[in-house]
Write a protein that binds this ligand. Sequence first.
Ligand SMILES: Cc1cc2nc3c(=O)[nH]c(=O)nc-3n(C[C@H](O)[C@H](O)[C@H](O)COP(=O)(O)O)c2cc1C
Ligand SMILES: [Fe+2]
Ligand SMILES: [Fe+2]
Length: 395
Amino acid sequence: MTICEILPNIYYVGVNDRLTRFFEGIWFIPNGISYNAYLIIDEKVTLVEGGAKAGFERELYNNISMVTSPEKIDYIVVNHSEPDHSGTLPFLLRIASNAKIVSSTMAKNILMNLYNIPADRFVTVKDGDIIELGEHKLRFFNTPGVHWPDTIMTYEERNKILFSGDAFGSYGTLDGGLFDDEVDIKFYLEEAKRYYSNIVGAYAYAVLNALKKLSGLEIRIIAPSHGPIWRREPSKIVSLYEKLSKYEAEDKVLIIYGSMYGFTRELAEYIAKKLVKEGVRVELHNAVNEHPSYALSKAWDSKIIIFGVPTYENIAFPPIYYIAYLLTIKKLKNRYYAIFGSSGWAGGGYKQIQKMLDQLGWEMVEPVIEIRGAVKKRDLEKVNELVENIKRKLI
Ligand SMILES: Cc1cc2nc3c(=O)[nH]c(=O)nc-3n(C[C@H](O)[C@H](O)[C@H](O)COP(=O)(O)O)c2cc1C
Ligand SMILES: [Fe+2]
Ligand SMILES: [Fe+2]
């Protein structure tokens, strides 16, 4: 048994990306990310997940070589065609000259466009199709939208492993431990939440459909394309996904604020103090020096989100605008919001944020607290009023 054998004849051959700072060019990953790939040794040698991001060819080749000669690969299962997993395909197809890509028809079309792969290198599968590898059998489920529209999931029947692709994945490299019972699970669950809100969240309906579809399936192990493999308690990550995809929030208030000179920040702190005094759980997010990916993650389980937004060139301070915009495209639903902010003269920048959140269907908790310059004693009456109204929403 080699180091990377995770079950008899099933090997982890994935890689850690410790260099990329922004996943998909947007999402901050201070702890990197893993591109998981799994090798099944059978009559048909099969790589599950296309491989890794371009640039990891040598390492992937080396990992596979520890188990078998990469030239012998017969099938490369691509659960979805995104280049963080498919980037090494041109290399693998050259090395394994008889290998076929197993994917959905849509993934086939995308991959042909991405890498000029000829059509005869593909075997396409439909929902419920089975491919026999010898002792192992792979069954495929159409789960469009988790994360791309071409997505399938792959189920290995013998060991009851679900190769789930991006679903149930998380940020963070795998620093030695591969399984949930070998790693700091608190860290990865937190990063799985951030990953969900950043990457998968916009497709919550697709996640719910996929969960429904898989509910009758006996799943012993969930092996996603990023982050730890869930074998001790797969239910932990499944219930997190259920909660997130249903937009279930905790009785918690998130204050997202941005501030140029500290005036809006000071008001944020008064509001936070008053809320905590009244027994409300509060989280703060500084939009200026924390990455928006964390704001999305915190918003995903907060019932009420308060935006602290100064007026800037007659509009909302851009870092707050950006977060509100991201929440809009990620389609976070069923939330209350409130707004406060400082301005110098005409003010009104907050109206842009209000418009966006109204369009998202969020309900406003009044009053809007717009102050001129610094927070004054009289403004605190409005803070009290807002906090009272917030408390009513939390009951
Ligand atoms: C670059 C810049 C642009 C601003 N544009 C406006 C504006 O269009 N309308 C306005 O009422 N105040 C404007 N202000 C004033 C700020 O909104 C005001 O100073 C506010 O108190 C800043 O709060 P903060 O320290 O929380 O950022 C601007 C300030 C700066 C620095
Ligand atoms: Fe993806
Ligand atoms: Fe991915």
